[in-house]
Design a protein around this ligand. Structure first.
Ligand code: ZN
Length: 135
């Protein structure tokens, strides 16, 4: 598989507005957009840094995955996303190598990306997302 670069780092926060101030007011970065991903029950704030982004993830539901993550582990880095050239090929290769996946097939993520997660048991506890974008 061809991994191009780190696409984004997903950070679980209790509130985008409060957490975002560090990135904007202190670091001088900009929130480019905020999008709701209904099936993940999150609002996502995109903070571009050259080829990558920090994505602040705020739960819209106390039962959503980000809310559960914060309940269990507190706010912080929740996942790292690698940009791949072809996500179907990447998933097929991982399955062939016997790697456990959370997503057997790509699904729609924030920002029009197609994404899939690798099981963190395979990666020493790091939740890794594969991410393909057309742009
Ligand atoms: Zn992500």
């Amino acid at each position: 598989m061809k991994i191009k670069h780190i696409d984004h780092i997903g950070v679980a926060v209790k509130g985008i507005e409060t957490a975002g101030r560090f990135y904007t007011d202190i670091l001088g970065l900009k929130i480019a957009d905020i999008e709701t991903v209904a099936d993940q029950k999150v609002n996502v704030a995109f903070i571009p840094i050259t080829d990558s982004e920090v994505e602040l993830l705020e739960s819209t539901d106390p039962d959503g995955p980000v809310a559960k993550y914060i309940d269990a582990r507190g706010e912080g880095v929740q996942h790292v996303a690698f940009r791949v050239e072809n996500i179907e090929e990447a998933l097929a290769e991982l399955k062939e190598k016997g790697v456990r996946l959370i997503d057997q097939a790509p699904r729609n993520g924030a920002g029009g990306a197609r994404i899939a997660f690798i099981h963190p048991k395979e990666t020493n506890g790091v939740l890794i997302e594969l991410c393909q974008r057309d742009s």
